[in-house]
Design a protein around this ligand. Structure first.
Ligand code: G1P
Length: 302
């Protein structure tokens, strides 16, 4: 079995839900605590052993390429000023020369079309696909667990989580079959089904390991839900030829594609950051009009 080396990040979306910010800043570059959303997703891929990072960009997304480049003058200034911890941190996050590729989705025809744009850069090997709107927090790294499952089963892997059964129309939904290793067989896949037709409440959370045969199917894929070329529809056709397995991720996923999920991600990642937990907790209590437990006790005594 070919080793999983490459990951694709579709970052061409317009980000209309983040206007006015996205007039000038790609939504993937908006920060959660102190780093852009895209950094969390790239970090997840790197931790899972990915060696090459392929970005499907679009117009006005050039800053993403700049972000992953070496900022020579900045690094020199940090060195001169003795800010070596900051410099080390930047170096840790920095992709090595030749580890990134960028290509543009010229027309916004949907996720399936964006993935198809990566066909030459991926070539004839399995690849990971990470949708940068979704960032995760948990005891395990979602893609690492998917890689482990893939090493045992081969085929294609899709990560899923449970959603409110009333929300199935917002996601791709899978049908659950027999358990296989640490995952399960996927029996069907539907893009954004109404709650009464959904095969389950297991939604596709934006992490995939796919075989390269998906590209030929995407090339002929007709438009589906939302009049867009849907990845889920092409996966369903690939399922006629190859196995698909589900990996049930049990951590938290934040949908940074909308402002609510983004604010939630900021709160959760700030709470998890060493040294910030107490501060965020205090601010939240203040905003909610509650006093901290210590003050409450003092108040009661007084
Ligand atoms: C895409 C996929 C969908 C998946 C979702 C996760 O939809 O098509 O299957 O559940 O991402 O975020 P989109 O959010 O682009 O509409």
């Amino acid at each position: 079995m070919k080793k999983l080396r490459k990951a694709v990040f579709p970052v061409a979306g317009l980000g209309t839900r983040f206007l006015p910010a996205t007039k000038a800043v790609p939504k993937e570059m908006i920060t959660v605590v102190d780093r852009p959303v895209i950094q969390y997703v790239v970090d997840e891929a790197r931790k899972a052993g990915i060696e090459h990072f392929i970005f499907i960009t679009g117009r006005n997304k050039g800053v993403i390429e700049d972000y992953f480049d070496v900022q020579f003058e900045l690094y020199e200034t940090l060195r001169e000023r003795g800010k070596l911890a900051a410099l080390d941190h930047l170096n840790e996050l920095q992709p090595k020369p030749g580890q990134t590729s960028f290509t543009r989705q010229q027309v916004p025809l949907g996720l399936g079309h964006a993935v198809w744009c990566a066909r030459d850069l991926v070539g004839d090997e399995p690849f990971a696909l990470l949708l940068p709107d979704m960032i995760m927090q948990g005891e395990t790294n979602c893609l690492t667990e998917m890689v482990k499952l893939h090493e045992r089963t081969g085929g294609n892997i899709v990560a899923v989580q449970e959603c409110d059964p009333k929300e199935t129309h917002r996601y791709g939904i899978v049908g659950r079959g027999a358990d296989v290793e640490q995952g399960f067989e996927i029996t069907e896949m539907v893009e954004k089904p109404a709650p009464d037709t959904a095969p389950s409440n297991l939604y596709i959370n934006g992490r995939y390991i796919l075989q390269p045969e998906i590209f030929d199917l995407l090339a002929t894929q007709e438009r589906g839900t939302g009049n867009e070329i849907q990845l889920t529809d092409a996966m369903l056709r690939l399922q006629a030829q190859q196995n698909f397995y589900g990996y049930h991720f049990t951590g938290r996923t934040f949908d940074c594609g909308n402002p609510e999920g983004f604010v939630e991600a900021n709160m959760a990642f700030a709470m998890a950051r060493p040294g910030m937990h107490a501060h965020v907790e205090k601010v939240m209590r203040d905003l909610l009009g509650e006093s901290a437990p210590q003050e409450r006790r003092t108040g009661a005594r007084g």
